[in-house]
Structures are given as structure tokens and as C-alpha cells.
Design a protein around this ligand. Structure first.
Ligand code: AMP
Ligand code: ZN
Length: 114
């Protein structure tokens, strides 16, 4: 998807504060953080969201919970607690249509996800 913002970040055409990268996943800091730790975890391959998984993006996404737990440790929020969220569709407030998971922590997060 040549015009997709997060595809451009994955291809390094747009700068981002990358904190983790491997063959299929990229993690970078959210540009408008909602918590002291606010990372975005994306599969490098494009799909619009959880309703549009392909075999490739499903395989990459299956690794995200374990990676999130590792990152929570590294970011110092494992003990206090953290949340992993993927917004899907308009009622969830999804604005970037490349699958991503928000990893947020570092403060009390309340009952609502975002
Ligand atoms: P959503 O689609 O609502 O789940 O959230 C998209 C997220 O992407 C928002 O939290 C934005 O702050 C974030 N975002 C948008 N553009 C960038 C960017 N260039 N770099 C990092 N984060 C971004
Ligand atoms: Zn994309």
C-alpha cells in the first residue's frame, strides 16, 4: 500500500522513533502519546485491521502479545501494568488503517481503553 502512513514508516520513508524491529514486526513511539509509555506495534506487511487479516499478517500478529510483554518489561511498566489495544473500525476510533496495537502503560489507565 504505497500511500499507507504505517507502510511508509515500515519502509523508513517517514521517520519514527523505532524501539524494536525484526523481519515481520516494527514497534515505534506514538507521535501523540496518551500515557508515559505509548508504543505502536505493527506487522510490516499491510492489512487494514483485525477484520482484514491475511495469513501473513495473522502470523505476524500472533507474535504481538509476547512481544508486548517483553517490551513492557524493557520499558519499565511490567510491574505497574499495561494495556494492549487494537482499534477496529469507526466506533473504536480507528484513524490509521494499517493494523496496529497500542501498548500503553506508566499511569493508571482507567476502565476505558482510550
Ligand atoms: P488509531 O488508528 O486510532 O488506533 O490510532 C492511530 C495512532 O497513530 C494514534 O494514536 C496517532 O497518534 C498515531 N500516529 C499517527 N501518525 C503517527 C506517526 N507519524 N508516528 C507515530 N504515531 C502516529
Ligand atoms: Zn499499510
Amino acid at each position: 500500500m504505497s500511500e499507507c502512513l504505517f507502510c511508509k514508516i515500515a519502509r523508513k520513508e517517514i521517520p519514527a522513533a523505532v524501539v524494536y524491529e525484526d523481519d515481520t514486526l516494527l514497534v515505534f513511539k506514538d507521535i501523540f502519546p496518551q500515557a508515559p509509555v505509548h508504543l505502536l506495534i505493527i506487522p510490516k506487511a499491510h492489512c487494514a485491521g483485525l477484520a482484514d487479516l491475511t495469513p501473513e499478517t495473522a502470523a505476524a500478529a500472533a507474535r504481538i502479545p509476547a512481544l508486548a510483554a517483553q517490551l513492557a518489561q524493557e520499558q519499565g511498566v511490567a510491574e505497574g501494568g499495561w494495556r494492549l489495544i487494537s482499534n477496529c473500525g469507526p466506533d473504536a476510533g480507528q484513524v490509521v488503517f494499517h493494523l496496529h496495537f497500542h501498548l500503553v502503560g506508566g499511569k493508571p489507565l482507567g476502565r476505558v481503553c482510550r
